[in-house]
Write a protein that binds this ligand. Structure first.
Ligand SMILES: CC(=O)SCCNC(=O)CCNC(=O)[C@H](O)C(C)(C)COP(=O)(O)OP(=O)(O)OC[C@H]1O[C@@H](n2cnc3c(N)ncnc32)[C@H](O)[C@@H]1OP(=O)(O)O
Length: 410
Protein backbone atom coordinates (compact mmCIF):
# COMPACT_ATOMS: atom_id res chain seq x y z
CA UNK A 1 0.00 0.00 0.00
CA UNK A 2 1.44 3.38 -0.94
CA UNK A 3 1.39 6.46 1.22
CA UNK A 4 0.39 9.79 -0.37
CA UNK A 5 2.20 12.79 1.06
CA UNK A 6 3.92 16.02 0.16
CA UNK A 7 7.29 15.78 -1.55
CA UNK A 8 9.90 17.88 0.24
CA UNK A 9 12.38 20.08 -1.62
CA UNK A 10 15.08 17.52 -0.79
CA UNK A 11 13.27 14.87 -2.88
CA UNK A 12 12.90 16.95 -6.07
CA UNK A 13 15.83 15.17 -7.71
CA UNK A 14 14.14 11.85 -7.01
CA UNK A 15 10.91 13.16 -8.52
CA UNK A 16 12.82 14.27 -11.61
CA UNK A 17 14.51 10.86 -11.97
CA UNK A 18 11.08 9.24 -11.84
CA UNK A 19 9.69 11.69 -14.41
CA UNK A 20 12.65 11.16 -16.79
CA UNK A 21 12.18 7.41 -16.44
CA UNK A 22 8.47 7.41 -17.34
CA UNK A 23 8.69 10.12 -20.03
CA UNK A 24 11.76 8.44 -21.61
CA UNK A 25 13.66 11.67 -21.29
CA UNK A 26 17.32 12.54 -20.71
CA UNK A 27 17.76 16.29 -20.44
CA UNK A 28 21.16 17.91 -20.17
CA UNK A 29 22.39 19.61 -17.00
CA UNK A 30 20.81 22.93 -17.92
CA UNK A 31 17.46 21.24 -18.56
CA UNK A 32 17.62 19.51 -15.18
CA UNK A 33 18.34 22.76 -13.45
CA UNK A 34 15.37 24.39 -15.16
CA UNK A 35 13.09 21.51 -14.15
CA UNK A 36 14.40 21.65 -10.61
CA UNK A 37 13.68 25.38 -10.38
CA UNK A 38 10.22 24.82 -11.82
CA UNK A 39 9.32 22.05 -9.36
CA UNK A 40 10.61 24.03 -6.42
CA UNK A 41 7.89 26.61 -7.27
CA UNK A 42 5.13 23.98 -7.53
CA UNK A 43 3.00 22.17 -4.97
CA UNK A 44 4.24 18.55 -4.95
CA UNK A 45 2.52 15.30 -4.07
CA UNK A 46 4.22 11.92 -3.92
CA UNK A 47 3.24 8.29 -3.58
CA UNK A 48 5.79 6.51 -1.37
CA UNK A 49 6.21 2.76 -1.13
CA UNK A 50 8.20 2.63 2.08
CA UNK A 51 10.98 5.06 1.36
CA UNK A 52 10.77 4.81 -2.42
CA UNK A 53 9.04 7.53 -4.43
CA UNK A 54 6.88 5.55 -6.89
CA UNK A 55 4.38 8.21 -7.92
CA UNK A 56 4.59 11.96 -8.36
CA UNK A 57 2.49 14.93 -9.37
CA UNK A 58 3.22 18.65 -9.26
CA UNK A 59 0.86 21.61 -9.51
CA UNK A 60 1.56 25.13 -10.74
CA UNK A 61 -0.29 27.79 -8.80
CA UNK A 62 -2.02 29.36 -11.78
CA UNK A 63 -4.96 31.60 -12.26
CA UNK A 64 -6.93 30.81 -15.40
CA UNK A 65 -8.95 33.20 -17.54
CA UNK A 66 -12.58 32.04 -17.75
CA UNK A 67 -15.42 34.04 -19.35
CA UNK A 68 -15.59 37.32 -17.44
CA UNK A 69 -13.27 36.24 -14.61
CA UNK A 70 -9.88 34.93 -13.59
CA UNK A 71 -10.00 31.95 -11.21
CA UNK A 72 -7.40 30.19 -9.05
CA UNK A 73 -6.57 26.99 -10.89
CA UNK A 74 -3.82 24.51 -10.03
CA UNK A 75 -2.12 23.29 -13.21
CA UNK A 76 -1.13 19.64 -12.87
CA UNK A 77 2.14 18.54 -14.39
CA UNK A 78 4.93 15.92 -14.20
CA UNK A 79 2.39 13.17 -13.43
CA UNK A 80 4.49 10.02 -13.13
CA UNK A 81 4.02 6.49 -11.81
CA UNK A 82 6.94 4.03 -11.71
CA UNK A 83 6.73 1.15 -14.19
CA UNK A 84 6.96 -1.24 -11.24
CA UNK A 85 3.75 0.22 -9.75
CA UNK A 86 1.59 1.06 -12.77
CA UNK A 87 -2.10 0.15 -12.94
CA UNK A 88 -2.41 -0.43 -9.23
CA UNK A 89 -4.29 2.76 -8.45
CA UNK A 90 -1.31 5.02 -7.64
CA UNK A 91 -2.46 7.78 -10.01
CA UNK A 92 -6.00 7.41 -8.70
CA UNK A 93 -4.79 7.90 -5.12
CA UNK A 94 -2.73 10.94 -6.13
CA UNK A 95 -5.66 12.44 -8.06
CA UNK A 96 -8.09 11.95 -5.19
CA UNK A 97 -5.73 13.68 -2.78
CA UNK A 98 -5.07 16.45 -5.31
CA UNK A 99 -8.81 17.06 -5.78
CA UNK A 100 -9.30 17.13 -2.02
CA UNK A 101 -6.51 19.68 -1.58
CA UNK A 102 -7.75 21.82 -4.47
CA UNK A 103 -11.22 22.01 -2.93
CA UNK A 104 -9.80 22.73 0.53
CA UNK A 105 -7.69 25.56 -0.90
CA UNK A 106 -10.80 27.13 -2.43
CA UNK A 107 -9.79 26.76 -6.07
CA UNK A 108 -12.98 26.04 -8.05
CA UNK A 109 -11.21 24.51 -11.05
CA UNK A 110 -8.05 22.59 -11.92
CA UNK A 111 -6.36 22.05 -15.29
CA UNK A 112 -3.76 19.95 -17.08
CA UNK A 113 -2.39 18.92 -20.48
CA UNK A 114 -2.78 15.20 -21.00
CA UNK A 115 -0.02 12.99 -22.38
CA UNK A 116 -2.80 10.65 -23.56
CA UNK A 117 -6.46 11.55 -23.96
CA UNK A 118 -7.67 8.30 -22.39
CA UNK A 119 -6.35 9.05 -18.91
CA UNK A 120 -8.19 11.96 -17.30
CA UNK A 121 -11.89 11.71 -18.19
CA UNK A 122 -12.38 9.18 -15.39
CA UNK A 123 -11.19 11.84 -12.92
CA UNK A 124 -13.80 14.33 -14.15
CA UNK A 125 -11.57 16.27 -16.55
CA UNK A 126 -13.00 17.36 -19.90
CA UNK A 127 -11.09 18.76 -22.84
CA UNK A 128 -11.99 22.46 -22.76
CA UNK A 129 -9.74 24.00 -25.42
CA UNK A 130 -8.45 22.83 -28.78
CA UNK A 131 -5.19 23.88 -30.41
CA UNK A 132 -4.66 24.23 -34.14
CA UNK A 133 -1.37 23.99 -36.01
CA UNK A 134 -1.32 26.47 -38.88
CA UNK A 135 1.24 26.42 -41.65
CA UNK A 136 1.98 29.19 -44.13
CA UNK A 137 3.70 28.43 -47.40
CA UNK A 138 6.08 31.38 -47.31
CA UNK A 139 7.96 30.65 -50.50
CA UNK A 140 5.79 33.49 -51.87
CA UNK A 141 4.50 36.69 -50.22
CA UNK A 142 1.61 36.23 -47.82
CA UNK A 143 -1.63 37.13 -49.63
CA UNK A 144 -3.91 39.16 -47.37
CA UNK A 145 -7.46 40.50 -47.67
CA UNK A 146 -6.77 43.32 -45.19
CA UNK A 147 -4.11 46.02 -45.00
CA UNK A 148 -1.36 45.26 -42.45
CA UNK A 149 -0.87 47.85 -39.73
CA UNK A 150 1.91 50.19 -40.96
CA UNK A 151 3.47 50.95 -37.56
CA UNK A 152 7.14 50.06 -37.12
CA UNK A 153 8.39 46.63 -36.07
CA UNK A 154 11.18 46.33 -33.52
CA UNK A 155 13.34 43.39 -32.40
CA UNK A 156 13.57 42.96 -28.62
CA UNK A 157 16.48 41.27 -26.87
CA UNK A 158 15.20 38.10 -25.13
CA UNK A 159 16.81 39.36 -21.91
CA UNK A 160 14.56 42.44 -22.03
CA UNK A 161 11.54 40.67 -23.46
CA UNK A 162 9.77 39.84 -20.23
CA UNK A 163 9.51 43.52 -19.28
CA UNK A 164 8.15 44.43 -22.73
CA UNK A 165 5.78 41.57 -23.60
CA UNK A 166 5.00 40.19 -20.10
CA UNK A 167 2.50 42.94 -19.19
CA UNK A 168 0.96 42.79 -22.67
CA UNK A 169 0.46 39.04 -22.36
CA UNK A 170 -1.06 39.39 -18.89
CA UNK A 171 -3.59 41.96 -20.17
CA UNK A 172 -4.36 39.87 -23.28
CA UNK A 173 -5.26 36.78 -21.20
CA UNK A 174 -8.73 38.18 -20.60
CA UNK A 175 -9.37 38.27 -24.37
CA UNK A 176 -9.87 34.53 -24.47
CA UNK A 177 -10.77 32.01 -21.80
CA UNK A 178 -8.36 29.17 -21.05
CA UNK A 179 -5.18 31.19 -20.50
CA UNK A 180 -3.10 30.60 -17.38
CA UNK A 181 -0.92 33.19 -15.70
CA UNK A 182 2.75 33.02 -16.62
CA UNK A 183 5.30 34.00 -13.99
CA UNK A 184 8.95 34.78 -14.66
CA UNK A 185 9.95 31.16 -13.97
CA UNK A 186 7.52 29.88 -16.63
CA UNK A 187 8.58 32.52 -19.15
CA UNK A 188 12.23 31.69 -18.69
CA UNK A 189 11.74 27.94 -18.42
CA UNK A 190 10.14 27.55 -21.83
CA UNK A 191 9.12 30.59 -23.87
CA UNK A 192 12.31 32.60 -23.49
CA UNK A 193 14.68 29.73 -22.88
CA UNK A 194 17.80 29.88 -25.09
CA UNK A 195 17.52 26.20 -26.06
CA UNK A 196 14.14 24.85 -27.14
CA UNK A 197 13.27 21.77 -25.08
CA UNK A 198 11.85 19.69 -27.89
CA UNK A 199 13.95 20.58 -30.90
CA UNK A 200 17.63 21.30 -30.44
CA UNK A 201 17.98 22.42 -34.06
CA UNK A 202 15.81 25.46 -33.38
CA UNK A 203 17.60 28.72 -32.70
CA UNK A 204 17.07 30.99 -29.71
CA UNK A 205 13.79 32.84 -29.17
CA UNK A 206 13.28 35.94 -31.32
CA UNK A 207 10.84 38.62 -30.31
CA UNK A 208 9.40 41.26 -32.59
CA UNK A 209 7.01 43.90 -31.29
CA UNK A 210 4.95 46.45 -33.20
CA UNK A 211 3.99 49.99 -32.23
CA UNK A 212 5.01 53.62 -32.40
CA UNK A 213 8.18 54.54 -30.49
CA UNK A 214 7.47 55.63 -26.94
CA UNK A 215 3.91 54.22 -27.05
CA UNK A 216 2.63 50.92 -25.62
CA UNK A 217 3.16 48.02 -28.01
CA UNK A 218 0.20 46.90 -30.14
CA UNK A 219 1.29 43.27 -30.42
CA UNK A 220 4.22 40.88 -30.52
CA UNK A 221 5.42 37.62 -31.94
CA UNK A 222 7.74 35.11 -30.34
CA UNK A 223 9.38 32.66 -32.76
CA UNK A 224 12.41 30.49 -33.46
CA UNK A 225 13.96 29.43 -36.77
CA UNK A 226 15.97 26.54 -38.15
CA UNK A 227 17.45 25.38 -41.41
CA UNK A 228 15.74 22.48 -43.06
CA UNK A 229 17.13 20.33 -45.83
CA UNK A 230 20.85 19.87 -46.47
CA UNK A 231 21.69 23.56 -46.51
CA UNK A 232 23.14 23.19 -50.03
CA UNK A 233 21.20 25.72 -52.09
CA UNK A 234 21.70 29.39 -51.42
CA UNK A 235 18.03 29.78 -50.37
CA UNK A 236 17.38 26.80 -48.11
CA UNK A 237 13.77 26.15 -47.11
CA UNK A 238 14.19 27.20 -43.48
CA UNK A 239 11.38 26.92 -40.96
CA UNK A 240 9.92 29.67 -38.78
CA UNK A 241 8.24 28.17 -35.73
CA UNK A 242 5.83 30.56 -34.08
CA UNK A 243 5.34 30.06 -30.37
CA UNK A 244 3.05 33.00 -29.72
CA UNK A 245 1.51 35.90 -31.61
CA UNK A 246 -0.69 38.44 -29.86
CA UNK A 247 -2.21 41.51 -31.46
CA UNK A 248 -4.57 44.36 -30.58
CA UNK A 249 -6.28 44.27 -33.98
CA UNK A 250 -6.49 42.08 -37.10
CA UNK A 251 -4.32 44.63 -38.92
CA UNK A 252 -1.58 44.26 -36.31
CA UNK A 253 -1.78 40.45 -36.57
CA UNK A 254 -1.58 40.77 -40.36
CA UNK A 255 1.58 42.89 -40.06
CA UNK A 256 3.23 40.31 -37.79
CA UNK A 257 2.29 37.30 -39.95
CA UNK A 258 3.45 39.22 -43.02
CA UNK A 259 6.79 39.88 -41.35
CA UNK A 260 7.20 36.18 -40.44
CA UNK A 261 6.29 35.02 -43.94
CA UNK A 262 8.79 37.46 -45.38
CA UNK A 263 11.82 36.26 -43.38
CA UNK A 264 14.65 35.59 -45.79
CA UNK A 265 15.98 32.05 -46.32
CA UNK A 266 12.83 30.47 -44.94
CA UNK A 267 10.03 28.73 -46.82
CA UNK A 268 7.53 27.75 -44.18
CA UNK A 269 5.93 29.30 -41.10
CA UNK A 270 4.53 26.83 -38.60
CA UNK A 271 2.46 28.08 -35.66
CA UNK A 272 1.87 25.02 -33.54
CA UNK A 273 -0.74 26.07 -30.99
CA UNK A 274 -3.15 28.61 -32.44
CA UNK A 275 -6.84 29.02 -31.60
CA UNK A 276 -9.04 27.17 -34.12
CA UNK A 277 -10.74 30.51 -34.93
CA UNK A 278 -7.46 32.37 -35.52
CA UNK A 279 -8.33 35.52 -37.55
CA UNK A 280 -5.42 34.65 -39.87
CA UNK A 281 -7.58 31.85 -41.27
CA UNK A 282 -10.12 34.48 -42.37
CA UNK A 283 -7.93 37.34 -43.54
CA UNK A 284 -5.55 35.13 -45.53
CA UNK A 285 -6.52 35.67 -49.16
CA UNK A 286 -5.35 32.21 -50.26
CA UNK A 287 -6.33 29.33 -48.00
CA UNK A 288 -4.14 27.00 -50.06
CA UNK A 289 -1.24 29.07 -48.73
CA UNK A 290 -2.43 29.07 -45.08
CA UNK A 291 -3.58 25.67 -43.90
CA UNK A 292 -4.61 24.00 -40.64
CA UNK A 293 -2.40 20.92 -40.56
CA UNK A 294 -3.43 19.56 -37.14
CA UNK A 295 -6.01 20.07 -34.44
CA UNK A 296 -5.44 18.62 -30.99
CA UNK A 297 -6.84 18.57 -27.44
CA UNK A 298 -5.12 21.29 -25.41
CA UNK A 299 -6.35 22.19 -21.91
CA UNK A 300 -8.22 19.65 -19.82
CA UNK A 301 -10.39 21.20 -17.14
CA UNK A 302 -11.88 19.90 -13.88
CA UNK A 303 -14.77 21.68 -12.16
CA UNK A 304 -13.80 20.95 -8.58
CA UNK A 305 -16.48 23.13 -7.01
CA UNK A 306 -19.19 23.24 -9.65
CA UNK A 307 -21.32 25.87 -7.91
CA UNK A 308 -18.36 28.25 -7.49
CA UNK A 309 -17.20 27.66 -11.06
CA UNK A 310 -20.64 28.35 -12.55
CA UNK A 311 -21.48 31.35 -10.41
CA UNK A 312 -18.11 33.04 -10.88
CA UNK A 313 -18.03 33.09 -14.70
CA UNK A 314 -20.07 35.51 -16.83
CA UNK A 315 -22.99 34.46 -19.04
CA UNK A 316 -23.85 35.66 -22.54
CA UNK A 317 -27.63 35.12 -22.43
CA UNK A 318 -30.32 34.29 -19.87
CA UNK A 319 -30.90 30.60 -19.16
CA UNK A 320 -32.81 28.58 -16.57
CA UNK A 321 -32.24 24.82 -16.60
CA UNK A 322 -32.24 21.97 -14.11
CA UNK A 323 -29.09 19.87 -14.41
CA UNK A 324 -28.74 16.31 -13.14
CA UNK A 325 -25.00 16.10 -12.66
CA UNK A 326 -22.97 12.91 -12.11
CA UNK A 327 -19.61 13.17 -10.34
CA UNK A 328 -18.29 9.89 -8.95
CA UNK A 329 -15.05 11.29 -7.54
CA UNK A 330 -16.52 14.39 -5.87
CA UNK A 331 -20.04 13.43 -4.74
CA UNK A 332 -20.61 16.92 -3.32
CA UNK A 333 -21.06 18.08 -6.92
CA UNK A 334 -23.51 15.30 -7.80
CA UNK A 335 -27.28 15.73 -7.83
CA UNK A 336 -29.97 17.92 -9.33
CA UNK A 337 -29.43 21.67 -9.45
CA UNK A 338 -31.22 24.63 -10.96
CA UNK A 339 -28.92 26.93 -12.88
CA UNK A 340 -30.34 30.41 -13.34
CA UNK A 341 -27.87 32.53 -15.22
CA UNK A 342 -27.68 35.57 -17.41
CA UNK A 343 -25.72 38.75 -18.01
CA UNK A 344 -26.50 39.84 -14.40
CA UNK A 345 -24.92 36.76 -12.76
CA UNK A 346 -25.83 33.20 -11.84
CA UNK A 347 -27.29 31.07 -9.06
CA UNK A 348 -26.95 27.31 -8.78
CA UNK A 349 -29.07 25.64 -6.11
CA UNK A 350 -30.38 22.13 -5.36
CA UNK A 351 -33.65 21.44 -7.17
CA UNK A 352 -36.52 18.97 -6.83
CA UNK A 353 -37.96 19.54 -10.32
CA UNK A 354 -37.22 17.03 -13.08
CA UNK A 355 -33.95 17.53 -14.92
CA UNK A 356 -33.81 19.30 -18.28
CA UNK A 357 -30.32 17.95 -18.95
CA UNK A 358 -28.46 14.96 -17.50
CA UNK A 359 -24.71 14.97 -17.84
CA UNK A 360 -21.36 14.00 -16.31
CA UNK A 361 -19.13 16.58 -14.68
CA UNK A 362 -16.42 15.99 -17.28
CA UNK A 363 -18.82 17.02 -20.06
CA UNK A 364 -19.86 20.17 -18.22
CA UNK A 365 -16.13 20.95 -17.87
CA UNK A 366 -15.65 20.53 -21.63
CA UNK A 367 -18.40 23.13 -22.22
CA UNK A 368 -17.49 25.50 -19.37
CA UNK A 369 -15.18 27.81 -21.34
CA UNK A 370 -17.46 27.90 -24.36
CA UNK A 371 -15.24 25.67 -26.51
CA UNK A 372 -17.58 22.67 -26.76
CA UNK A 373 -21.32 22.83 -27.40
CA UNK A 374 -23.71 20.98 -25.11
CA UNK A 375 -25.90 20.27 -28.15
CA UNK A 376 -22.97 18.51 -29.81
CA UNK A 377 -22.52 16.29 -26.76
CA UNK A 378 -26.28 15.59 -26.72
CA UNK A 379 -26.07 14.60 -30.39
CA UNK A 380 -23.26 12.21 -29.41
CA UNK A 381 -25.40 10.61 -26.68
CA UNK A 382 -23.21 11.95 -23.85
CA UNK A 383 -25.75 14.46 -22.54
CA UNK A 384 -29.41 13.45 -22.14
CA UNK A 385 -31.69 16.30 -23.18
CA UNK A 386 -34.99 15.71 -21.35
CA UNK A 387 -36.48 19.09 -22.31
CA UNK A 388 -36.18 19.93 -26.01
CA UNK A 389 -34.19 23.13 -26.53
CA UNK A 390 -32.46 22.99 -23.14
CA UNK A 391 -29.06 22.23 -24.70
CA UNK A 392 -29.35 25.11 -27.17
CA UNK A 393 -30.43 27.50 -24.40
CA UNK A 394 -27.46 26.50 -22.22
CA UNK A 395 -25.12 26.84 -25.21
CA UNK A 396 -26.34 30.38 -25.90
CA UNK A 397 -25.61 31.31 -22.29
CA UNK A 398 -22.18 29.63 -22.23
CA UNK A 399 -20.99 31.03 -25.55
CA UNK A 400 -18.11 33.49 -25.87
CA UNK A 401 -17.24 35.83 -28.75
CA UNK A 402 -13.93 34.05 -29.34
CA UNK A 403 -13.12 30.39 -28.73
CA UNK A 404 -11.10 29.57 -25.61
CA UNK A 405 -7.42 29.01 -26.26
CA UNK A 406 -4.37 27.76 -24.36
CA UNK A 407 -0.89 27.99 -25.81
CA UNK A 408 0.79 27.22 -22.48
CA UNK A 409 1.64 23.55 -22.58
CA UNK A 410 2.67 22.74 -19.04
C1 LIG B 1 -0.74 16.15 -16.53
C2 LIG B 1 0.38 15.21 -16.92
O1 LIG B 1 1.42 15.25 -16.38
S1 LIG B 1 0.05 14.08 -18.16
C3 LIG B 1 1.35 12.87 -18.01
C4 LIG B 1 0.86 11.53 -17.53
N1 LIG B 1 2.04 10.68 -17.36
C5 LIG B 1 2.52 9.84 -18.30
O2 LIG B 1 1.96 9.71 -19.38
C6 LIG B 1 3.80 9.13 -17.95
C7 LIG B 1 3.74 7.63 -18.18
N2 LIG B 1 2.61 6.99 -17.52
C8 LIG B 1 2.49 6.89 -16.17
O3 LIG B 1 3.31 7.37 -15.40
C9 LIG B 1 1.30 6.14 -15.64
O4 LIG B 1 1.02 5.09 -16.52
C10 LIG B 1 0.02 7.00 -15.47
C11 LIG B 1 0.32 8.17 -14.57
C12 LIG B 1 -0.50 7.52 -16.83
C13 LIG B 1 -1.09 6.13 -14.88
O5 LIG B 1 -0.74 5.78 -13.55
P1 LIG B 1 -1.34 4.44 -12.84
O6 LIG B 1 -0.95 4.49 -11.43
O7 LIG B 1 -0.96 3.27 -13.65
O8 LIG B 1 -2.90 4.71 -12.99
P2 LIG B 1 -4.04 3.97 -12.13
O9 LIG B 1 -3.59 2.60 -11.77
O10 LIG B 1 -4.47 4.86 -11.00
O11 LIG B 1 -5.18 3.90 -13.23
C14 LIG B 1 -6.51 4.31 -13.02
C15 LIG B 1 -7.31 3.92 -14.21
O12 LIG B 1 -6.84 4.63 -15.36
C16 LIG B 1 -6.50 3.72 -16.41
N3 LIG B 1 -5.32 4.25 -17.07
C17 LIG B 1 -4.18 4.68 -16.47
N4 LIG B 1 -3.31 5.09 -17.39
C18 LIG B 1 -3.91 4.94 -18.60
C19 LIG B 1 -3.49 5.18 -19.93
N5 LIG B 1 -2.26 5.68 -20.20
N6 LIG B 1 -4.36 4.90 -20.92
C20 LIG B 1 -5.57 4.38 -20.65
N7 LIG B 1 -6.03 4.11 -19.38
C21 LIG B 1 -5.19 4.38 -18.39
C22 LIG B 1 -6.19 2.43 -15.68
O13 LIG B 1 -6.34 1.32 -16.55
C23 LIG B 1 -7.20 2.44 -14.57
O14 LIG B 1 -8.47 2.04 -15.11
P3 LIG B 1 -9.53 1.24 -14.24
O15 LIG B 1 -9.86 2.11 -13.06
O16 LIG B 1 -10.66 1.03 -15.18
O17 LIG B 1 -8.82 0.00 -13.83
Amino acid sequence: MVDIREVPEAHIDRALELAYLVFHDRPDEEGRERHHALLSHCARLGAYDGDALVGFMAAHEFRLSVPGADLPCPGLTFVSVAPTHRRRGVLTALMDEQLRRTGAAGAPIAALWASESAIYGRFGYGCATQGATIEIDSTRPLALRIEPDPRPLRLVDPRDALAVIGPYHEAARAGRAGRPTRDAVRWNESWLCEQDEEDEELGPPRIIVIGDPGKPIAGYVLYRTKHEGDGGPARSPGLVRVDELEADTPAVAAALWDCLAGLDLTGKVRAWGRPPDDPLLRFAADRDQVRVTAQFPALWLRLVDVRAALTRRSWAAPVEVVLELADVRLPGNAGRFRLKAGPGGATYEPAAAPADLELEVRDLAACYLGGTRVAELAAAGLVAERTPGAAAALDAALSTPLLPHTADEF
